[in-house]
Design a protein around this ligand. Structure first.
Ligand SMILES: [Fe+2]
Ligand SMILES: [Fe+2]
Length: 274
C-alpha cells in the first residue's frame, strides 16, 4: 500500500498563515510515501510569491512530485508570458517539467498542462492543454512499466468537471489524452485547478473511453480563493484494486478528517463504495 498527500492550488501569496502552518504540520504527521503538488503555486507568478511557495515546499516531506498551473505563468507581463512563461517556476520550484516517481508499486508521471495562450470560444485562456508530444511522452514512460504497478498521471487541469457541472475548466484534448492513456493502462489521474475536491470514473463524461480510469481532484490547500469548501488536501491510499481518498480539511484550528471516498476495482471497473 502507498499513501500520497495530494496538495493543490496553494496560491502564494493569497494564503492565510495559520492554514499554511497547519498544512505543513498535518502533512508531515501523515508520513506519506509521496507528496504531489498539482499546480498554481502562486497567485501571479511573481518571484516573491515563488520564494514563499518554495519555502513551504521545503518544509513538506519528500519525495515530492510537482507540476505547474495556469497561475504559475505571468498574466500581465506579456513578454515573459509568451517567451519565458515558466521562467520563475523553473528558477524557484523545479527545472523538471516532466517529473516522475517510481517504486515497486507505483509509477507517477507529471505533465505540464499550463499554457501561455489557449484560445477558447469565450476568450478565456486559463484552461490548459496536453499536446501530442506530451501524450507520446506519457506512453514512452508508462507503457513499459510492469502491469502490477499502479500508474498515475498528474496534471493541473482536470479531465472531468465537478458533479452536476457542465464540461468546463477541463484540459483541452482530454478525450484524445484519455484515449492514449487507456492504451498504456493508466489507473488514475490527479488534478486541481477548480478548487473543489471531487472524484469519479472518467467514463461518466467521456463515454467513448473504454478503460475505467479514476479522476481525483483536490481542493485548494492554503488559498483564500475558496469555492464554498474549506481549505483541504487529499490523503490517498492506493492498493492495486482499491483507492481511499481521505479529505483532510481545515476546521479553523487544524486539518482533520472530512469526507472519505472509497473505490474498489472489480473486473476492471472502478466502483464507488457507498
Ligand atoms: Fe488555482
Ligand atoms: Fe488553476
Amino acid at each position: 500500500m502507498r499513501t500520497i498527500a495530494h496538495i493543490s492550488d496553494i496560491h502564494f501569496n493569497r494564503i492565510e498563515d495559520a492554514v499554511v502552518e497547519g498544512c505543513v504540520a498535518d502533512v508531515t504527521a501523515q508520513q506519506p510515501t509521496l507528496v504531489i503538488m498539482s499546480g498554481d503555486f502562486t497567485q501571479r507568478a511573481r518571484a516573491s510569491q515563488y520564494k514563499a511557495a518554495a519555502a513551504f515546499m521545503g518544509r513538506l516531506p519528500r519525495p515530492q512530485l510537482v507540476v505547474p498551473g495556469n497561475h504559475d505563468i505571468p498574466l500581465f507581463d506579456v513578454i515573459t508570458r509568451f517567451f519565458m512563461p515558466l521562467r520563475n517556476y523553473t528558477k524557484y520550484i523545479t527545472r523538471d517539467l516532466r517529473p516522475s516517481f517510481q517504486d515497486e508499486e507505483l509509477l507517477v508521471i507529471g505533465v505540464n498542462t499550463a499554457r501561455s495562450f489557449t484560445p477558447t470560444l469565450d476568450g478565456f485562456w486559463k484552461d490548459g492543454k496536453i499536446s501530442e508530444e506530451q501524450l507520446l511522452d506519457i506512453k514512452l514512460r508508462a507503457c513499459d512499466a510492469p502491469s502490477e504497478v499502479f500508474k498515475i498521471v498528474v496534471t493541473h487541469h482536470p479531465f472531468i468537471p465537478p458533479p452536476g457541472e457542465r464540461l468546463h475548466g477541463i484540459v483541452h484534448n482530454a478525450r484524445n489524452a484519455l484515449d492514449q492513456m487507456e492504451d498504456c493502462n493508466i489507473d488514475m489521474c490527479l488534478a486541481g485547478h477548480l478548487h473543489m475536491g471531487y472524484s469519479g470514473d472518467v467514463r461518466t463524461h467521456h463515454e467513448a473511453i473504454k478503460r475505467s480510469i479514476l479522476s481525483v481532484q483536490a481542493g485548494t490547500a492554503t488559498s483564500t480563493r475558496r469555492r464554498g469548501e474549506p481549505n483541504a488536501y487529499n490523503l490517498i491510499t492506493i492498493e492495486r484494486d482499491h483507492v481511499g481518498i481521505q479529505v483532510r480539511a481545515w476546521n479553523g484550528t487544524s486539518f482533520e478528517n472530512a469526507a472519505f471516498t472509497e473505490f474498489r476495482r472489480s473486473e476492471g471497473i472502478w466502483n464507488r463504495i457507498e
